[in-house]
Design a protein around this ligand. Structure first.
Ligand SMILES: Cc1cn([C@H]2C[C@H](O)[C@@H](COP(=O)(O)OP(=O)(O)O[C@H]3O[C@H](C)C(=O)[C@H](O)[C@H]3O)O2)c(=O)[nH]c1=O
Length: 360
């Protein structure tokens, strides 16, 4: 039975990946999930699988090399899938340090632990051990409004402290592959959306605010473009890259679904109107009048878009969920998980939200 070590498995993408993996492999795999449980990590995301015999949760910080080494000492890990990261651009602009610590140093700890567990005396690695580093398309910088794509060969040009920290972590993984022939892959994904996403990110924030009749903050002119990827498609892509991709390669994973932020907001409002029953009091609150143009994000990247070629040709992956379906599935999930949203937006979230939008 293959054993996976998933870092950041209680977060948004990590928890969806764990769900995907158990749906696909059921009892054929074992998953150890190591997560620090920051504000963005939530064991509620994994409630339905927490009692599985082939699942273990370890609360630890990936920067704690002793705790990470212990996991490798006690388990014969076959696959590492490294999600754990600070991920919110706005937070990185306000407080970059924690991004460098978790994203850069934490990745180094993971690399060192896997290397020392998997390395043979002759400097080669035990067969069939693989490390996958989950990263972002933001490392490539920003595209012009009217064209072009990010390719795996596009030079890195990160702009925010967040993307700079992810670019650094990618470079560390690359250096381990180049120097030690460490068996790894890097994936760079576009903007994810779907169940369990923390409402600091555009889509869940807009859904949550609209349902409460709160203002919908649009940064700048609202015409920045993101390439939206349904999170379960991403989970499938990661698994396919790890099993079918060429070792040492980078694969971009994009939604091929470019939309301006303002378009996203209109689609959400229309879909909410359509899905809410007439007798639901929230229906009257959902309105375009909530749209509020606010101060732009500093250094706001204009456009991200990923070329479809490499992962499709080499691995056979493509995004299966069209945005219309993905957004309905997401909204349906939020309707069914009102308590989840209430829990994650209580306490510190209010403080964060008020501070973030004080000047906006
Ligand atoms: C929260 C918020 C955002 N925006 C704008 C800013 C962006 O142009 C777009 C999406 O913002 P968000 O913060 O959701 O995501 P990105 O900054 O594109 O970054 C995200 O996608 C990449 C791939 C990652 O790697 C990041 O980890 C992930 O956070 O909406 C607004 O206009 N209003 C708002 O209230």
């Amino acid at each position: 039975m293959r054993t996976y070590l998933v870092t950041g498995g209680a977060g948004f993408i990590g928890s969806n990946y764990i769900h995907y993996m158990f749906q696909k492999y059921d009892n054929e795999i074992r998953i150890i999930n190591v997560d620090k449980l920051t504000y963005a990590g939530n064991l509620e995301n994994l409630k339905d699988i927490e009692n599985r015999e082939n699942y273990t949760f370890v609360k630890a910080d990936i920067c704690d090399s002793e705790a990470i080494m212990k996991i490798f000492d006690e388990n014969d890990i076959d696959r590492v899938v490294h999600f754990a990261a600070e991920s919110h651009v706005d937070r990185s602009i306000r407080n970059p340090e924690v991004f460098v610590k978790t994203n850069v140093l934490g990745t180094l700890v993971m690399l060192n632990a896997a290397k020392s567990a998997w390395e043979l005396p002759d400097g080669t690695f035990r067969p069939d051990k693989k490390f996958l580093h989950v990263s972002t398309d933001e490392v490539y910088g920003s595209l012009e409004e009217d064209g072009g794509f990010f390719y795996e060969t596009t030079p890195y040009d990160p702009h925010s402290p967040y993307s700079a920290s992810k670019a650094s972590s990618d470079m560390l993984v690359k250096s381990y592959m180049d120097t030690y022939k460490f068996p790894a892959n890097i994936t760079n994904c576009s903007n994810n959306y779907g169940p369990y996403q923390f409402p600091e990110k555009l889509i869940p924030l807009i859904i949550n605010n609209a349902l409460q009749g709160k203002k919908l903050p649009v940064y700048g002119d609202g015409k920045n473009v993101r390439d939206w990827l349904y999170v379960m498609d991403h989970a499938k892509g990661i698994d396919m890259v790890q099993e079918k991709g060429r070792l040492f390669e980078t694969y971009n994973i994009g939604g091929h679904n470019e939309k301006q932020n303002i378009q996203i907001i209109h689609i959400i409002l229309d879909t909410l109107q359509e899905m809410l029953p007439d007798n639901d009091p929230r229906k009257a609150l959902v309105s375009e009048n909530l749209i509020t143009y606010v101060e732009d994000r500093k250094g706001h990247d204009r456009r991200y878009a990923i070329a479809p070629d490499k992962i499709k040709e080499e691995v056979g992956w493509y995004p299966e969920t069209c945005f219309e379906d993905g957004i309905r599935l997401t909204i349906e999930w939020f309707f069914e998980h009102e308590d989840w949203m209430k829990n994650v937006t209580s306490g510190d979230y209010q403080k964060y939200y008020e501070e973030m939008y004080k000047t906006r």
